[in-house]
Design a protein around this ligand. Structure first.
Ligand code: GLU
Length: 313
């Protein structure tokens, strides 16, 4: 991983004592309006709580990465005055830590080697386990999968309240290291959230179900889980998340104020006409003090896919 330019050292960074939040983008593309909403929401939540906001680049899946995306994401966050605390953490540099944690899980009897193909796993009935768990297979060319000792069916979300899934819908086993030796998101995210002392995970609601798998890992690591908060996702039509995969526009660096105003509106803040004429710094200061979780609309909203280019919603 090369970084094209040096960031100024973070000022006033002191070890945290209270709220620690984070934004954890995967560098598979540029930031778009949907990821700005998540970044802004988690930033405002942290700053309104007087806490720290960390940035972690989740670059553990090179085949899905876009060249230059990490730099573009960092530049875009800075343009929008989303200044993170401390050094950026890159998951690509943390393989040793992830291997150690897998070793720990193996010693506790939570893992097994699995030779199933993606298609075979997809054909399992809901709730059905794959046979590899009982076969004591050799490690060569196998994925490492996690076997729950206890399936979490629900959790409390700071925005959504009680979230519960039917037991049958939760896979009883899931991959933590792939056959191609790449670490899985579920493992890396939990290891890092624990290691970085994250007190609340604030992210998009597309990851609600993943929280249940992650809770199983917190339990296996005997680590208290952070709080969770899932923001509404920006969709282009009902059920279709605005994403890099469906060609979401890169945020226009010349329309930082407008981008922020649109994202603040999406998050339910009472944006006025006067605010739209303010500097980015003033908009952000206003937003930090006005931030109110109770104002976030409960439902997802459809946003035009050209939002990155639009002047206003
Ligand atoms: N890296 C994930 C993504 O970009 C988000 C991980 C998280 O916030 O837990 O979708």
């Amino acid at each position: 991983m090369t970084i094209a330019f040096n960031y100024p050292p973070m000022k006033n960074f002191t070890p945290h004592s209270g709220y620690v939040g984070r934004f954890a983008p995967s560098p598979s593309g540029h930031l778009h309006f949907g990821s700005l909403v998540t970044a802004l929401g988690s930033f405002l939540r942290a700053k309104n709580s007087g806490g720290q906001w960390l940035l972690r680049i989740e670059d553990i899946d090179p085949p899905r990465e876009m060249v230059g995306a990490s730099d573009s994401i960092m530049r875009c966050l800075e343009n929008h005055h989303l200044f993170w605390d401390g050094e950026v953490v890159f998951q690509s540099g943390r393989s040793e830590l992830y291997n150690e944690k897998i070793q720990y899980l193996a010693e506790q009897g939570f893992t097994f080697y699995c030779q199933c193909t993606r298609a075979q796993l997809a054909h399992l009935e809901p709730g059905q386990t794959c046979g590899c768990a009982n076969q004591n297979l050799s490690p060569e060319n196998k994925a490492i999968r996690f076997n729950h000792h206890f399936i979490h069916q629900y959790f409390y979300d700071e925005l959504l309240g009680h979230v519960e899934f039917p037991k049958q819908s939760i896979p009883p086993q899931f991959t933590i290291k792939r056959k191609d030796a790449l670490f899985a998101y579920q493992l890396a995210v939990v290891v890092d959230d624990i290691q970085q002392g994250i007190t609340e995970v604030a992210r998009g609601a597309d990851l609600v179900a993943a929280t249940l798998l992650q809770l199983a890992l917190y339990q296996a690591f005997k680590s208290p889980a952070p709080k969770f908060l899932h923001f509404p996702v920006v969709v282009t039509e009902p059920g279709k998340k605005l994403s890099k995969q469906n060609h979401a526009c890169e945020l226009d660096p010349n329309k930082v104020g407008t981008n922020l105003i649109n994202a603040l509106r999406f998050l339910g803040l009472p944006v006025t006409k006067e605010l739209q004429r303010e500097s980015v710094a003033n908009i952000m200061n206003w937003a930090i003090s006005e931030w109110d979780l109770n104002k976030i609309p409960a439902k997802t909203e459809c946003i035009d896919n050209r939002i990155g280019q639009a002047d206003s919603i």
